[in-house]
Design a binder for this molecule. Structure first.
Ligand SMILES: NC(=O)c1ccc[n+]([C@@H]2O[C@H](COP(=O)([O-])OP(=O)(O)OC[C@H]3O[C@@H](n4cnc5c(N)ncnc54)[C@H](OP(=O)(O)O)[C@@H]3O)[C@@H](O)[C@H]2O)c1
Length: 300
């Protein structure tokens, strides 16, 4: 297939590109920059210049392809609500040109959207339309274009990691470095699920090839790693104390990240593994954090 990959230069997209090419697909990769274009060419992909806010660039990329994997997202969290709204528009725009075909559109969401209730793991068959995380807009948009006849699948991501980046934990490391303390809330028993970036890339390819309309997949290798365990490995890496905070103290310590740090969001991938034959091989989140090159302590 000729696959239009948005976010092809990003952390996850740049693992998806070789995964697709090695499986015999062609990749048309979206990028805003010349540096991005050069890296796509070096990876063996074709370049499609554009931007997730330039909807025409998304439509023309999707129109040239046999399928779309959408991973572009603006991670400026000071404009998170707006960025989620932009993701909704981007999905609708690509959906416009896929209506009436069987060309798969694979969109990206978070595992937290499938949490059925406190303490229970998120599952693929559950979606909470009242979730407080504005990122639910991505799945709402996916459902809207699916209603118009587009073959949509959703890949829900946990904290995706290697030894360089670890999803929101990368931001928690920055906070711990700046504040001189690595924190968790209460007893730190709330859990975040995780998966290695190469396992995640393989899952996107399997979802694309399966082209099963209306499917949701949880790219989860580890069902839940406690925030306390994460804070402790950060403390060891940065050589800063590990502290427990109240919910209120966490707001001042973590800023925008506090909302996420307080979530307990274990997630299962039992259905995904069964339906796609997906077997994550790791390494695990804590192992990758232990192997990472830690920054020097901040000077105060
Ligand atoms: N990483 C995780 O652990 C994790 C966890 C849950 C969900 N997710 C989701 O998974 C997807 C991929 O995440 P990622 O970590 O690979 O993201 P990333 O490294 O930040 O890459 C996102 C890409 O989006 C592209 N982009 C296009 N238009 C943009 C714009 N206007 N502003 C900013 N970027 C733009 C950028 O490509 P150019 O610069 O080349 O244009 C960039 O490479 C996102 O939807 C993300 O929210 C990730």
């Amino acid at each position: 297939m000729r696959v239009f990959v948005t976010g092809a230069t990003g952390f996850i997209g740049s693992a998806i590109v070789p995964e697709l090419i090695n499986a015999g697909h062609q990749v048309l990769g979206l990028t805003r920059s010349e540096a991005g274009a050069q890296s796509l060419i070096a990876a063996g992909a074709e370049v499609h210049r554009g931007n997730i806010e330039d909807l025409e660039s998304l439509r023309s990329g999707a129109a040239k392809s046999d399928g779309v994997i959408h991973t572009a997202f603006n991670h400026d969290f000071s404009k998170f609500v707006q960025n989620c709204e932009n993701d909704r528009r981007a999905i609708e725009a690509m959906g416009d040109v896929l209506v009436g075909s069987d060309r798969p559109l694979i969109i990206t969401s978070g595992t937290g959207m499938g949490n059925p209730g406190p303490g229970q793991p998120a599952t693929e068959d559950h979606f909470d339309p009242n979730h407080p995380n504005p990122r639910k807009a991505s799945e709402v948009a996916g459902a809207a274009v699916a209603d118009r006849g587009v073959n949509v699948s959703v890949v829900r991501l946990p904290q995706v990691h290697d030894t360089v980046k670890q999803g929101l934990i990368t931001y928690a490391i920055q906070v711990a470095r700046e504040k001189g303390a690595s924190a968790y809330i209460g007893e730190g028993l709330n859990r975040w699920p995780a998966a290695h970036v190469l396992d995640v890339a393989r899952l996107y390819r399997l979802a694309l090839e399966k082209r099963e309309a209306g499917s949701r997949y949880n790219a989860v290798a580890e069902e839940g790693v406690s925030m306390r365990e994460i804070a402790e490995v950060i403390g060891r890496g940065l050589k800063v104390p590990v502290v427990s905070l109240s919910q209120q103290e966490a707001q001042a310590h973590f800023g925008w990240l506090a909302m996420f740090v307080s979530y307990d969001m274990p997630a299962s991938s039992a259905q995904t593994r069964r339906r796609l034959g997906w077997r994550p091989t790791g390494p695990g989140l804590i192992a990758d954090l232990e192997q990472m090159r830690w920054p020097e302590p901040a000077t105060h």
